[in-house]
Design a protein around this ligand. Structure first.
Ligand code: TXE
Length: 499
């Protein structure tokens, strides 16, 4: 291991040593009821870096009880007092940015600069954005129609109660923040379950949330496996809503399991996003956007632009640029200087991606570059070199299924109507991108793409104010923006007699 990596680990050794007590209930950390642990690994080396508590049904039950008891202490605070705590959490995240980013990179593998500026940087802004909302959640006065002067009605936006937040491993701190902050701003209390693969930044975040002075029990953390801790949450009758980000298969399981207690759900699931380059686009900008669109976070991004449609007149030129840029991407440990792309999250995920690489070639696509396990220093990690396929048909598995890895499929198209039809021919509808110099075409196409987010002449832009979520099998409900906040409330109509 390089010295930069071991020095960084020294800086966070304390957090790693507390990982076995990662069940935080009523403000107090502790082990799981079963005493079982889960090893968490550095995906760049395969080494175990810490062991987290493997929570189960008993821990979830205790967490829900603590969250239920804490409802009063949170909702009795004035909106301004709640806002101040959320602002303080944002400031604490920034004060601990380096520590949080190092934890994230070590646990997830992504390059440190990405962890710093994207994960930690945007997470702090999200807390600040929702802190501002605490004092702005209002209702409406309603134009009801009984005889004038006899009745008056208005609405109140009230919290749901205890909400369960289930978070994946690709942006652990960021997604935990974008679910926690609006849930808390709306007055709910929370049970948070991070992925069993990446729980360390959530543990540190919950410590900082408690340090900011949130009443004990408002935010509870249960680490553990999905089929144990996660399943216990979706079956628990004391949880009013589940907000989930993860695979479509687990999302479907959540819909079924939560039916008995009629939980409200927000589901942000998989994607197979189309990114379209028209011939009048700034091709250099489009190529750069296509590369970050697919290779950011090793391609483990739900809105990754994994299907790149390029107009036939510029297809070969674009493919050559993409191939050369992909070959130049520097793989390495996320903590090492110069690393542009890290490893995949786990050996299982790498196997899954390699399965897609094989299927692409077997079904007749051309692997232009990448898709190899590197040798030497990186051989022990879950690395794969960035891959580009051409000659891909729309009916191939690599064109239809979410790969969730650094694999780009490039398609040629001839006209706008054709590319719109092909872009929309997907069970998913999370995001899409388009590149053109024609403003009319830009909006015309954006309006017809079946996706929850469309980027014009950019890709992967994210902001606390912009709702994020999917059409079709990419889920329902929205994270971020006012819409996420409202999703953590329920509306009450209040009627008043004036007679
Ligand atoms: O996801 P899971 P996995 C996609 C991506 C990836 C595939 C599998 O295609 O290759 O999913 O990844 C918790 N009840 N995405 O297996 O299982 C689990 O512990 C309750 C896209 O890791 O969906 C974790 O906290 N919870 C995605 C979370 O669900 C359960 C991001 C996500 O894990 C559970 C991640 C259960 N029965 C993967 N089973 C995106 N939309 O960004 C698991 N979990």
């Amino acid at each position: 291991m390089t010295s930069v990596v071991s020095e960084s680990i020294d800086g966070i050794r304390d957090v790693l040593s507390r990982a076995g007590e990662s069940i935080v209930i009523g403000g107090k950390p502790g082990p799981s009821a079963s005493g079982e642990l889960i090893d968490t690994h550095d995906p760049a080396t395969g080494e175990a870096i810490a062991s987290i508590a493997a929570g189960g049904a008993a821990d979830v039950d205790r967490a829900v009880s603590a969250a239920t008891r804490a409802l009063g202490s949170w909702q009795d605070l004035s909106a301004a007092a709640r806002a101040r705590i959320l602002y303080d959490i944002a400031a604490l995240i920034e004060d601990h940015a380096e520590e949080l980013a190092t934890l994230e990179t070590l646990d997830n593998g992504k390059p440190l600069t990405e962890s710093m500026f994207l994960d930690v940087g945007i997470a702090a802004e999200i807390w600040r954005y929702y802190a501002g909302w605490c004092t702005k959640i209002g209702g409406q006065t309603l134009p009801v129609s009984p005889p004038v002067g006899t009745s008056f009605a208005y609405t109140r936006r009230e919290p749901l109660g205890v909400v369960g937040l289930i978070v994946p491993w690709n942006f652990p701190l960021l997604i935990a923040s974008w679910k926690l902050a609006p849930a808390l701003a709306a007055g709910n209390t929370v049970v948070l379950k991070p992925s069993e693969l990446t729980s360390l930044s959530a543990l540190r975040l919950v410590e900082l949330v408690n340090e900011a002075g949130i009443p004990p029990g408002v935010v509870n953390l249960v680490t553990g496996y999905g089929h144990e801790a996660g399943q216990a949450m979706i079956e628990h009758s004391g949880i009013a809503k589940i907000s989930f980000t993860g695979s479509t298969a687990t999302g479907q399981r959540i819909v079924t399991a939560s039916a008995a207690s009629l939980k409200k759900l927000t589901l942000e699931l998989g994607g197979k996003s189309a990114n379209i380059v028209f011939p009048d686009a700034d091709l250099a900008g489009a190529a750069e956007g296509a590369l970050t669109g697919i290779f950011l976070n090793q391609g483990q991004v739900c809105c990754a632009g994994s299907r790149l449609f390029v107009h036939r007149s510029v297809h070969d030129e674009m493919l050559a640029v993409l191939e050369s840029a992909a070959r130049d991407i520097q793989l390495g440990h996320g903590l090492a200087d110069g690393t542009e792309m890290g490893p995949l999250i786990s050996p299982v995920q790498r196997d899954r991606v390699e399965g897609y690489l094989r299927s692409g070639t077997e079904q007749g696509a051309t692997l232009v570059c990448g898709g190899q396990r590197p040798h030497g220093d990186l051989a022990a990690g879950n690395f794969l070199t960035p891959a580009v396929f051409s000659e891909v048909r729309d009916d191939m598995r690599i064109a239809r299924e979410e790969i969730f890895g650094p694999v780009l499929s490039v398609f040629a198209f001839d006209d706008e109507a054709e590319v719109l039809r092909r872009a929309n021919d997907s069970e998913f509808g999370l995001a899409a991108g388009l590149w053109t110099g024609d403003v009319k075409r830009a909006h015309r196409v954006a309006h017809q793409l079946q996706a929850g987010t469309v980027w014009i002449n950019q890709y992967n832009m994210l902001d606390p104010a912009a709702p994020f979520g999917g059409y079709k099998a990419s889920g329902y409900g929205r994270d971020l923006g006012e819409e996420s906040l409202l999703g953590f409330t329920q509306t009450k109509s209040v009627w008043v007699s004036l007679d």
